[in-house]
Design a protein around this ligand. Structure first.
Ligand code: PEP
Ligand code: MN
Length: 338
């Protein structure tokens, strides 16, 4: 249930309602917009059936959220969430952000080279995996904490931020010392313990869509993170499994407008895992920007043919810079920057 306050209602009215609800054993979450405050009430609303909220000072109306996700719901937080970083970069605002880099961190030379080049082309975040959840246990599993250190050196040298995947408690504890965004991979989208653990941190989280997850399941996964107090969550569409095998996954671009209609969280698109082939990446990256994505995460490798993972879907440095020029043009047409 949400209590929508009247425009510019007094702070005291908001506080009174919150204390009343607390006294009845309910948790409240405030969404403070420029004009109005919205109070989200989590708990069994049948226990409040006797209360005339509409008669209380400052209350405009009561709305019942029927979906199981509440904090993630646009009804609770009508304005878009903007995630802010120390260096002034924002995700979810007018400027579209790009995260780029290799699938996995392999060595210092390649990650630094990739970082400098993608940053020069306009990417604000370096992507790279140090803990790799691979389909086969015999594939390269990542350099773990050594990989985080190499990536940290590279992002510092290039003057950018980084995003890297965490897969469990140990990798989360290590990554907190190095990364700016914690990535939860598709295979862990419903690892509820891990979601709760990243929800207890104050680092922004990029939550990838599960391999076969519905949008509702994905939004509920985001709710797990937000319910622990971490409000800086972004959703990443990375393709879903369908009967089509020509591409690695089927990139669900319709998820962008659906999410924009249901949630206030920023939407990022990964055309690399979404297609699995580098020749398809530019088209889908451009389509994602045109469809309203707030950002892209793209695999880029200095020598894709020698990559230790996902070389087939990685752009080389020149292909990435060329794509960035085209993306800027698309962003401009829809009134955004990149
Ligand atoms: C990745 O980003 O390298 C990755 C493993 O992605 P996903 O979880 O979407 O498969
Ligand atoms: Mn990859």
């Amino acid at each position: 249930m949400i209590i929508v306050m009247k425009p510019h209602a007094a702070k005291e009215s908001v506080n009174n309602i919150c204390s009343f609800l607390k006294g009845r054993g309910f948790d409240t979450h405030l969404s403070t917009g420029e004009e109005r405050t919205i109070i989200g009430v989590i708990g069994d609303k049948s226990k409040l059936a006797d209360v005339g909220f509409e008669q209380m000072e400052g209350v405009d109306k009561i709305t019942h959220i029927t979906e199981s996700y509440k904090l993630v719901n646009k009804a609770f937080h009508p304005e878009p969430t903007i995630i802010k970083f120390d260096n002034g970069v924002e995700i979810g605002g007018n400027k579209i952000v790009v995260m780029a880099g290799p699938c996995a961190v392999e060595n210092q030379e390649m990650i630094t080279k990739a970082a400098k080049s993608v940053h020069e082309a306009g990417a604000e975040f370096l992507r790279g995996g140090a803990y790799k959840p691979r389909t086969s246990p015999y594939s390269f599993q990542g350099l773990e904490e050594d990989g985080l250190k190499l990536m940290y050196n590279a992002k510092k040298e290039a003057g950018m931020l980084m995003v890297t995947e965490v897969i469990d408690k140990e990798s989360l504890e290590a990554a907190l010392n190095y990364t700016d965004i914690l990535q939860i991979g598709a295979r862990n989208m419903q690892n509820f313990k891990l979601l709760r653990a990243v929800g207890k941190t104050n680092k922004p989280v990029l939550l990838k869509r599960g391999l076969s997850a519905t949008i509702d399941e994905w939004l509920n996964a985001a709710e797990y993170i937000m319910a622990e107090g971490n409000e800086n969550v972004m959703l990443c569409e990375r393709g879903i499994r369908t009967y089509e095998t020509t591409t690695r996954n089927t990139l669900d671009l319709s998820a962008i407008p659906v999410l924009k209609n249901r949630t206030h969280l920023p939407v990022i698109v990964d055309p690399s895992h979404g297609t699995g082939k580098n020749i398809y990446v530019p088209s889908m990256a451009k389509a994602a920007v045109a469809a309203g994505a707030d950002g892209l995460i793209i695999e880029v490798h200095p020598t894709p043919e020698k990559a230790m993972s996902d070389g087939d879907q990685s752009l080389n440095l020149n292909e990435f810079s060329d794509l960035m020029v085209q993306l800027k043009g698309i962003a401009q047409i829809i009134g955004r920057s990149l």
